[in-house]
Design a binder for this molecule. Structure first.
Ligand code: HH2
Length: 278
């Protein structure tokens, strides 16, 4: 079955086992996974070009690290990091996503012409829903327990899958109530955002249950600590194979989008898996 995602200028589609691949462009000097190598505008743009050449369907640009314990940045600093990058990327004829929790940054990014608002805070900040509703942008609505600074201190759930599912169902309804059509929205279980390894594993085992919510599902596990914990690998750069395995597992369960750093490795693996699928 062909599924659709309305995202700004683009109408994107995916099928079971063949998700769209979103490339991560970190304009953050303190990002956990690339050590801040891409902090300058030129370097971020260059990284985006590599991701695109290697097969990215979407580029996701973030200027504030959500790494557990990462210090917050000011709105001005966030925009100084991502504004010039977005301005260039929107000229490339590929869907551009902005990874931000701030309504003000969302509005500025929409003015520049981005297609997707990716909000790890699920549009709960005051004014965020209104910004989304006043646009034609696609949206990613993610679950997080707590706040980035403290979320990994002691995450607690009675039944993690039920609780994350209920939260996303409620947020989806909040968007629908404001007139944001369901086909504009993806949900995201929020791997590593206020979750232990056991919580993350349980959520990964049940991606398909989230597909049943009716919105597409985005899965973001690339190079994350859960992969490191499963492998005993402290260096994020050495978590590529584990991350690819997780992306394939999510794809097989019907994920709409996988959000990744390692584009070629992921696209190659997905292509081979697809070739063998009936
Ligand atoms: N994970 C991160 C950031 N944004 N957005 C969505 N929708 N889903 C995610 O899982 C997600 C996200 C954190 O990963 P990364 O961008 O690699 O690191 P950092 O935030 O430190 O730049």
């Amino acid at each position: 079955m062909l599924n659709a995602w309305h995202a700004g200028r683009f109408q994107l589609s995916w099928t079971q086992g063949k998700p769209l691949v979103m490339g991560i462009v970190n304009a953050t000097p303190d990002s956990f996974s690339d050590g801040g190598c891409f902090q300058s505008t030129q370097a971020a743009i260059e990284q985006a070009r590599v991701l695109l050449n290697e097969g990215a369907d979407i580029l996701d640009v973030g200027g504030e690290s959500t790494r557990p314990g990462a210090p917050p940045v000011t709105p001005e600093e966030e925009w100084a990091r991502i504004g010039p990058v977005l301005q260039e990327l929107v000229t490339w004829n590929v869907p551009i996503s902005v990874d931000t929790m701030r309504p003000e940054t969302m509005r500025r990014a929409l003015d520049v012409g981005v297609d997707i608002l990716n909000d790890v805070y699920a549009f709960r900040a005051e004014g965020a829903l209104a910004v989304l509703a006043g646009s034609q942008a696609g949206a990613v609505v993610m679950h997080m327990q707590g706040e980035p600074q403290t979320m990994q201190a002691n995450p607690q759930y009675v039944r993690v899958v039920d609780e994350v599912h209920a939260f996303l169902e409620q947020r989806l309804q909040a968007l629908l109530d404001l007139g944001v059509q369901g086909q504009r929205v993806l949900v995201d279980q929020g791997f590593g955002f206020g979750k232990t390894l056991a919580h993350n594993v349980e959520l990964m085992q049940q991606v398909s249950r989230f597909v049943d919510l009716g919105a597409g599902v985005l899965v973001g596990v690339s190079r994350k600590r859960m992969i490191g914990d499963l492998l005993g690998e402290a260096d994020p750069m050495k978590r590529v194979h584990g991350s690819v395995a997780a992306a394939l597992f999510a794809a097989q369960q019907g994920a709409a989008v996988v959000r990744v750093h390692d584009m070629k490795a992921t696209c190659d693996a997905l292509a081979v898996m697809k070739a063998f699928s009936v």
